[in-house]
Write a protein that binds this ligand. Structure first.
Ligand code: PLP
Length: 393
């Protein structure tokens, strides 16, 4: 196992992410091209959407060009606009918020809980005035946020729609129910950095049957083409607003190959996660870092592996030293409320101290399906030695 040269794993850099072919992806892509209909709405899209509907229980699944566009479609469906506000987590990706801001709504940034890093129901309860039309939740790293706590806060406000940005959460559960099944709308991402990939892609899960007909029109460039294809009308025409949201069937073909291997993929990711946890747990107290928490009433979707370091200075030091050692770790979200656009689109300033604190201390370790045990051990070794070494000379 010694060996030298460019293929020696000990000399190669460990990337943060690397996509892998898991099954029939390339075969399906070829079939999609040679079948002559690689645009949206083909056979592979139907098969991929059927799997997603099956695993989430959604009424209808629309494959989209991205998770961002799925969120944009949900914002259009909600008809939010000037005068309305939408509550979003401070600690999330930009498009969780952007999708609603571009419809003209103002944003209200809500803090996260320190355990799961999901939306904090106690803070949410203080933010709900008459302008709020929707609340968006994220299941950070694939661990469910406090869904019951959030539902309890919203119980008195049936006029507010819950939207799940489920980009991290596909196949995770909360009280045995699939993530993505709690919102009126839920979005998925198949970007190259997610558990299941097709380059760029996404899906909108519709969990209420009342939304299906209109969502299909908005999805299909504002036309009732879908009703026409189903034989429900004898010609199709322009009916409503909308856009070109459909994922190309050639990409859905790739996605289908991935989704068919969902059990294999999740098993691999779970194994990497557990090896990290077991390897790091003995050092956590002594070196002052915290491991991710998955409460016992939830199952993780194993989207990522992060640690929380004692302070920002230590995090930045470890990040740089690990990269110098050939291991690409990375930080994550900068609180949206502290960003230029976040300030521009906010309805009013809000306090999100946990988001601010976590953002400065969080470090993500390389995490992908085919990360080998040897590479996990090398990441662990680099992390422990970089953190154990003094931060200043
Ligand atoms: C990746 C991600 C998105 C954006 O997904 P795209 O498919 O790249 O548009 C949105 N929200 C969260 C939480 C994400 O992680």
């Amino acid at each position: 196992m010694t060996g030298e040269g460019p293929h020696d794993p000990d000399l190669s850099r460990i990337p943060f992410n690397r996509t892998a072919i898991e099954g029939r992806e390339l075969d399906y892509v070829q079939q999609s091209i040679t079948g002559g209909h690689p645009g949206s709405g083909g056979e592979f899209s139907a098969r991929a959407a059927a799997i997603l509907a099956d695993v989430t229980g959604a009424e209808e699944v629309l494959l989209t060009t991205s998770c961002t566009s799925a969120l944009e479609l949900s914002a259009m469906m909600l008809d939010v606009g000037p005068g309305d506000t939408v509550v979003v987590p401070s600690f999330t990706f930009t498009t969780t918020a952007l999708a609603f801001a571009r419809q003209g709504a103002r944003l209200v940034f809500c803090d996260i809980e320190p355990t799961t890093l999901g939306l904090d129901p106690a803070h949410l309860a203080t933010l709900l005035d008459d302008t709020v039309r929707a609340v968006v939740i994220v299941h950070y790293a694939g661990v469910a946020c406090d869904v019951d706590g959030i539902r309890a806060v919203l119980r008195a406000r049936p006029d507010i729609s819950l939207v799940e940005d489920n980009a991290h959460g596909l196949l995770g559960t909360y009280h045995g129910e699939p993530l993505g099944s709690f919102g009126r709308f839920a979005s998925q991402s198949f970007h190259e950095t997610k558990n299941f990939v097709c380059g760029e892609g996404g899906a909108l899960l519709l969990n209420e049957s009342r939304d299906v007909d209109r969502a299909r029109v908005l999805y299909d460039k504002g036309t009732n083409r879908r009703a026409f294809l189903l034989g429900q009308v004898d010609k199709y025409s322009w009916k409503d607003t909308g856009s070109s949201f459909g994922l190309a069937d050639v990409l859905a073909a790739y996605l289908l190959g991935q989704l068919e291997k969902r059990d294999v993929i999740q098993r691999k990711r779970r194994a990497v996660h557990e090896r990290y946890e077991q390897g790091l747990a003995p050092f956590a107290d002594r070196l002052g870092f915290r491991l991710p928490v998955c409460p016992p009433d939830r199952e993780s979707a194993y989207h990522m592996f992060y640690v929380l370091l004692p302070d920002r200075e230590t995090r930045n030091h470890v990040l740089t030293s690990m990269r110098d050692a050939g291991v690409v770790a990375t930080f994550h979200y900068v609180p949206l409320d502290s960003s230029d656009a976040g300030r521009t689109f906010a309805a009013r300033p809000t306090e999100c101290p946990v988001s601010e604190d976590v953002s400065g201390r969080l470090l993500r370790l390389p995490f992908f399906n085919d990360l080998t045990d040897a590479d996990v051990d090398r990441v662990l070794g680099a992390f422990v030695s970089c953190l154990g070494a003094p931060t200043r000379a």
